[in-house]
Design a protein. Structure first.
Length: 284
């Protein structure tokens, strides 16, 4: 059993693997604030003044409370145990993914998420292990914010929430539904429920300790742009649009070029001689 508890983090979906690691890992944090205001407000961030104030509040809370606890948690927790904790909470999230996949009309992904939950909850000892990933059973993570986007709410204003960090008006609207589909919500014992929630938060924050050092420049803007881009990536299921250079129908013809284009680049037909072709005359 010990070999299952290694240093590998719970597997991300196939879709999220296409994102830069930093882009993915910054989503859950609102720390490391900068009070420098952007010169030109982004159209998707019309409440930037308010958001930066909340961002600064979250930074103080993180700097003096959450981050020190996360550092202590990492220092005293063996890597296999930390991986098991991450696996456990990731497995609980499969319920949310399965339900939202159904709402989005993605039965295949719903089946994969359900399979992952059943396998990891049984063979995986309550989700502490992740045999489903070793069996190459992976699913794209889905939440109700993504469901609202699929239903038509595609563009939404950026919003920084106290304690929760980066979000949008759409994703914030979906939070009650996400909480309703998370099994920990239904734990009747208040002490156990709060303890599990706190452990999940600390584990997530511990996973961000290394990545946050890579942030440069205006940290508020960096995290905002990372969040919005990654959410768009998730909503579109990783589709980045068509690449015309990969299309079989992408062709050039003579009308696309002019003689001046070649001359500007130092290419002149009159300068060619037989030596350019190995000393032999080339004919049609």
């Amino acid at each position: 059993m010990w070999q299952w508890l290694n240093n590998e983090k719970p597997a991300l979906s196939l879709r999220s693997k296409g994102l830069p690691l930093l882009l993915v890992t910054l989503l859950a944090t609102g720390g490391c604030a900068s009070t420098q205001m952007a010169e030109n407000a982004a159209p998707e961030d019309p409440w930037e003044g308010f958001n930066r104030k909340v961002f600064a509040f979250n930074d103080v809370l993180d700097r003096y409370a959450l981050k020190p606890v996360a550092q202590g948690y990492r220092a005293i927790t063996p890597d296999p145990v930390e991986t098991g904790v991450g696996n456990f909470f990731s497995n609980l999230g499969e319920v949310r993914t399965a339900l939202n996949s159904v709402l989005q009309g993605k039965p295949a992904n719903a089946g994969l998420a359900t399979s992952r939950f059943l396998i990891n909850s049984t063979v995986g000892v309550g989700g502490l292990l992740d045999p489903a990933t070793r069996m190459e059973i992976t699913a794209d993570q889905e939440d109700f914010g993504q469901t609202l986007a699929v239903w038509g709410w595609e563009d939404s204003r950026y919003l920084v929430l106290p304690f929760f960090g980066p979000s949008t008006l759409r994703d914030t609207t979906g939070m009650p539904a996400d909480m309703a589909t998370y099994p920990v919500t239904y734990v009747e014992d208040d002490t156990v429920r709060v303890s599990l929630t706190a452990l999940n938060l600390i584990d997530i924050r511990a996973g961000l300790l290394d990545q946050e050092e890579l942030i440069r420049g205006d940290r508020y803007r960096f995290i905002r742009d990372a969040y919005l881009q990654s959410r768009q990536f998730e909503v579109s299921d990783g589709e980045l649009g068509d690449d015309p250079f990969a299309s079989d129908t992408f062709e050039f013809d003579d009308s696309d070029f002019e003689d001046g284009d070649f001359e500007d680049n130092g290419f002149d037909n009159s300068d060619q001689n037989d030596s350019d072709f190995g000393g032999e005359e080339v004919t049609d």
